[in-house]
Design a protein. Structure first.
Length: 370
């Protein structure tokens, strides 16, 4: 037995070869047989949780390839043997390439699974953001592969400084050429992540208003109340002051009206109560206040405030119409009328001046002589 152990092959005894083989066989066994069992247990546990992070971890672990693990094991296995320095460097390069390639595959699988979960959520809440999430997924994977490639080249002994400098100059040139497109692209990602509005929200942007129909990579489209489509670049949207009415829980509605001056104080005292009765009859509205605020140029002015219990703009218009019609009926029963702009002209009565015919002719001649 000792004679067998003392036998040498390529300058190494049997024990050295056995230790090297143990490194490779052991790591392959772990990757091919033990790791799937661990993954199944983790997946079973992750199925019972609400977080999506553990699901992405399972996807990343499933990206492990046993043959890549075997290639990585070549490096520690080579240290159990007496080999030439060139062979050691060659095996180290193979192990390094396999390690970073396997790391990139796992990271890419994790990112893909993470964004797949986000897309699944967006399909239920905001389907228009799926395209932006796909672009963000692609950019993330490109960044990860680029970083790992630079690390791989650096570990293999290549000078990456010149490559990084070249990529930086090229990136600046591309950025200057595509700055508007890239600005809109990143603005789209900002909208997707920050969510100042979503598809279906009614928004007001400067002097324009409408319902959001689509959030694209470069533009966002709104459908205005009159029916036309309003197209905004995403870069302009992130710089604009935007009001999102969909995010309101309630909508405050103030309005004014005027009554004619022939209304009596007793009739005016009945007006706030009549307004409250009309607004309280609307299920989606809550009365706040109604006051006789002052004397206008041609009307007795009232101010009314009520709250809409829903942010829906169409519901607000329906309620306002019902309130207006109710006020007309209530005021008719009280006996008061809505005022409208009027102007009263006062004429003074003066005695006519008697002028003789001769005086008139003389005045005419004098005027023609001049």
């Amino acid at each position: 037995m000792q004679e067998v152990l003392d036998m040498t092959f390529a300058g190494n005894d049997v024990l050295a070869w056995a230790r090297a083989a143990l490194w490779i066989v052991g790591t392959v066994a772990l990757a091919k047989f033990l790791l799937p069992v661990v993954i199944r247990n983790i997946a079973r546990w992750a199925a019972g949780t609400t977080t999506r992070l553990d699901d992405a971890v399972v996807k990343a672990l499933r990206a492990v390839r046993w043959w890549m693990v075997a290639l990585v094991a070549l490096y520690p296995a080579s240290h159990e043997l007496v080999v030439r320095a060139a062979t050691t460097r060659w095996l180290a390069s193979i192990a390094t390439i396999a390690f970073f390639l396997q790391l990139a595959l796992c990271a890419s699988a994790f990112i893909t699974a993470w964004f797949a979960n986000m897309r699944q959520d967006s399909l239920e809440k905001d389907p228009s953001t799926t395209s932006a999430l796909s672009i963000l997924n692609f950019i993330s994977r490109v960044v990860v592969w680029g970083i790992l490639l630079l690390l791989l080249l650096d570990n293999l002994g290549f000078d990456v400084n010149a490559l990084v400098a070249g990529l930086g100059i090229g990136g600046i040139a591309i950025g200057l050429a595509l700055q508007n497109i890239l600005g809109d692209l990143f603005a789209s990602l900002s909208i997707v992540l920050d969510k100042p509005f979503q598809v279906g929200d009614f928004v007001v942007i400067d002097d324009f208003s409408g319902t959001v129909e689509n959030i694209g990579l470069k533009t966002t489209r709104l459908r205005s109340l009159s029916g036309e489509v309003l197209v905004f670049s995403n870069g302009d949207l992130t710089k604009s002051r935007l009001r999102n009415y969909k995010l309101m829980n309630e909508r405050r509605i103030p309005f004014t009206f005027g009554l004619t001056f022939d209304a009596t104080p007793e009739q005016l005292e009945q007006v706030p109560g009549a307004v409250k009765t009309v607004i309280d009859a609307q299920k989606q509205a809550r009365f706040d206040r109604a006051h006789f605020t002052g004397f206008g140029d041609s009307s007795l002015d009232f101010e009314v405030v009520y709250w809409m219990l829903t942010p829906d703009y169409a519901a607000y218009r329906d309620v306002q119409q019902a309130v207006n019609l109710g006020l007309m009926r209530a005021f008719a029963s009280i006996g008061v009328d809505f005022a409208f702009p009027t102007r009263t002209l006062m004429f003074s009565k003066q005695s006519p001046v008697a002028v003789s015919l001769a005086q008139a002719q003389g005045a005419t001649a004098a005027a023609s002589g001049t």
